[in-house]
Design a protein around this ligand. Structure first.
Ligand SMILES: *[C@@H]1O[C@H](CO)[C@@H](O)[C@H](O)[C@H]1NC(C)=O
Ligand SMILES: *[C@@H]1O[C@H](CO)[C@@H](O)[C@H](O)[C@H]1NC(C)=O
Ligand SMILES: *[C@@H]1O[C@H](CO)[C@@H](O)[C@H](O)[C@H]1NC(C)=O
Length: 177
């Protein structure tokens, strides 16, 4: 009996990978362009949670640049792997960036909009609902160690940062121990 229990425990811990969102900040620097309606983390259970964001577009914008920055926590946040700037409108019509495509394909099912292209129209509600993070989808491409990671997305319109979304998550891979 004990042997079975120990075996089950070993098996379980060898499979144990945990990822949870730890923080989420949405900052709007131009209230005339849009409004953040929702920005929150919701617990699903002790081990899982999800994030939801809603943004109401108040003006039509034709050209949006985006910056994507990754951080890893080590005595404060340190830049990690990627710091990419790109034209979001070009990307949406041409899919001209491999790394961004990877993230985009992952996010797409959580962002139900009818036309994934520019311009972003006035009154459009852009929402991301109950996004969970499945690290296994990324682990196959990148070596990811246990730790805390953050992603900051900045939207840039006419050379000004108008909106930033930044979220962090904690990743525990017990197989490393
Ligand atoms: C990313 O690049 C931009 C522009 O070069 C820079 O201003 C910013 O500080 C960089 N971010 C990180 C995390 O290094
Ligand atoms: C959807 O995107 C296509 C391709 O850019 C564009 O031609 C079309 O006008 C858009 N439709 C709407 C309803 O915005
Ligand atoms: C995310 O935003 C918050 C609030 O502005 C800030 O305290 C935190 O340092 C940011 N995180 C990163 C990784 O930049």
């Amino acid at each position: 009996m004990l042997a079975v229990w120990v075996f089950a425990l070993v098996l379980l811990s060898s499979l144990q990978v945990e990822t949870k969102f730890k923080s989420l900040h949405c900052a709007n620097y131009d209230e005339s362009l849009g409004k953040i309606l929702l920005c929150r983390i919701k617990a699903i259970n002790r081990y899982r949670n999800s994030i939801s964001i809603q943004f109401r577009q108040l003006k039509t914008v034709n050209n949006v640049h985006m910056r994507l920055e990754l951080f890893k926590r080590a005595n404060g946040w340190r830049p990690f792997l990627y710091n990419i700037s790109f034209n979001l409108c070009d990307f949406l019509s041409k899919r001209n960036n491999l790394i961004v495509s990877l993230g985009y394909e992952y996010l797409k099912p959580y962002i139900p909009i009818t036309n994934y292209t520019c311009p972003f129209k006035k009154n459009h509600l852009i929402k991301c609902t109950d996004l969970e993070f499945d690290i296994e989808k990324f682990r196959v491409r990148f070596p990811i160690e246990s730790g805390e990671y953050a992603l900051q997305l900045s939207f840039i319109v006419q050379r000004k940062v108008t909106l930033t979304l930044n979220g962090s998550l904690e990743y525990r891979n017990y197989r490393e121990r």
